[in-house]
Ligand binder design. Structure first.
Ligand SMILES: Cc1cc2nc3c(=O)[nH]c(=O)nc-3n(C[C@H](O)[C@H](O)[C@H](O)COP(=O)(O)O)c2cc1C
Length: 429
């Protein structure tokens, strides 16, 4: 029976030394020119030494006009020697100890904050429905602009390979541009990029195809895909299964299953302002703490490529159990590695059975100001506080410090709001 310690051969010919993957987590560490920095080097060396077989970078953006946050690394256009050297240093650090380091390629689409782009872009002109005015109304991309996005994905993949990253992952989850195209609720186009699931998936498939053409057959290419958006009228689990069938033809090395969007942040196991819209899937007794395991079991029946599931894994028993039946091949881990960069080594060696629960008291305030507030704006702010808490821990790791587990949710939110606004201002300037 497969355990977290076993190696995994990839279809392209490479191998991961074990079944644990540090999932993509946006670092916010780029300089004002959106270049990688020494802080990426420190952070990824720590994570590489932490024992995971695979590290995925946070989302690196293909277009500097539309970012997920101001501190994103961007690869668009010609890369001068300084930019290439910064990427190569990052790649070298993240591949220490025989660890794979894959660059996550993304376009933020309509989830670009307003302080970066007052008018972001998307498949259609439907804005993110969150209170607080953080996101502007997008405009629909033209056909030529969609072709340009595809070329940008391929360009970044080529640069990743050139600078020493050992693979790439196309980000098609969590409500960013490719995920927006997949959603019939956000994509109401009537051309070849909208309508049927095949049309909605066209941008993803063409991006993957262009990336593969750029990097050749021997280089790992993965995709992160939502099991569902968990919103009425959104990307459904049936859609997901059809997209997996289409991806089967594209020679992928790893498919990561996640779920949710900013409006419905199921990826973090939390609920948005609307009720969660959930389809029935067969329940597995081996699901334990993993949010999307039941979906992964059904995806397995369709998928020809290795499968990874991310979200909620905390215990060695839960991880081994998920691998044992052969339903998934790799376990994705996000937040536990912000709290302890050595978490993989510790569970692999048996020194630790499970990651500590650090989220219990994470909120901006009590009662109606808390995460279950009936008032939309407070519920949303608590979500940002939680993310902000992890951002602060990532900064600490990148500075060579220990995480600060005593940091309060309120303080984390204030720090998050201040830093993100200041960085966005500097970027726009
Ligand atoms: C601070 C933070 C940043 C994240 N950034 C990204 C990202 O850049 N790309 C991505 O695909 N997912 C991102 N995620 C989602 C994680 O990859 C993962 O799917 C999620 O945290 C659930 O896994 P976990 O329960 O092990 O944390 C982020 C999550 C956190 C907590």
């Amino acid at each position: 029976m497969t355990t977290i310690s076993d190696a995994l051969s990839l279809p392209c010919g490479g191998a991961l030394k074990n079944r644990l993957c540090k999932a993509a987590m946006t670092e916010g560490l780029a300089d004002a020119e959106n270049r990688a920095t020494g802080r990426h080097v420190t952070l990824y060396r720590r994570w590489a030494e932490g024992g995971a077989g695979l590290l995925l970078t946070g989302n690196v953006q293909v277009d500097r006009r539309y970012l997920e946050r101001a501190g994103n690394v961007v690869i668009d256009g010609k890369q001068d020697n300084a930019r290439l050297a910064a990427l190569a240093a990052w790649a070298e650090a993240g591949t220490a100890e025989g660890t794979h380091l894959w660059m996550q390629i993304g376009h933020a689409g309509r989830q670009t904050p307003k302080n970066i782009a007052s008018e972001p872009v998307g498949p259609s002109d439907i804005a993110v429905a969150l209170p607080g005015g953080r996101f502007g109304k997008p405009r629909a991309l033209t056909g030529d602009e969609i072709r340009d996005v595809i070329a940008r994905f391929a360009h970044m993949a080529g640069i990743a390979k050139q600078t020493g990253f050992t693979g790439v992952q196309v980000h098609a989850a969590h409500g960013y541009l490719l995920s927006e195209f997949l959603s019939p609720r956000v994509n109401i186009r009537e051309d070849e990029w909208g309508g049927s699931v095949e049309n909605r998936a066209r941008l993803l498939i063409e991006c993957v195809r262009a990336v593969r053409a750029k990097v050749g057959p021997d280089f790992p290419v993965g995709v992160k895909l939502n099991s569902a958006d968990f919103q009425k009228g959104g990307f459904s689990f049936d859609d997901c299964l059809r997209v997996v069938e289409l991806l089967n033809e594209e020679g992928l090395d790893l498919l990561e299953v996640s779920g949710g969007t900013y409006e419905q942040p199921r990826l973090l196991g939390v609920e948005g302002l609307e009720p969660v819209f959930e389809e029935k899937v067969q329940a597995s007794t081996r699901a334990r703490e993993s949010y999307f395991f039941n979906y992964a079991v059904s995806v397995r029946k369709v998928a020809k490529m290795p499968l990874m599931v991310t979200g909620g894994f905390r215990s060695r028993a839960g991880m081994d159990e998920a691998l044992a039946g052969g339903d998934v091949d790799v376990i994705g881990l996000g937040r536990p590695l912000c709290v302890d960069p050595n978490f993989p080594n510790k569970v692999l060696s048996g020194a630790l059975e499970a990651a500590p629960d650090v989220e219990k008291g994470l909120r901006i305030g009590p009662g109606i100001f808390g995460p279950n507030s009936p008032i939309g704006i407070f519920k949303a702010l608590n979500g940002f506080a939680k993310i902000g808490w992890y951002y602060e821990q990532i900064y600490k790791l990148a500075d060579g410090d220990d995480p600060d587990l005593s940091l309060s949710g309120f303080k984390a939110f204030m720090a998050y709001d201040k830093t993100e606004a200041a960085k966005a201002k500097a970027l726009v300037r």
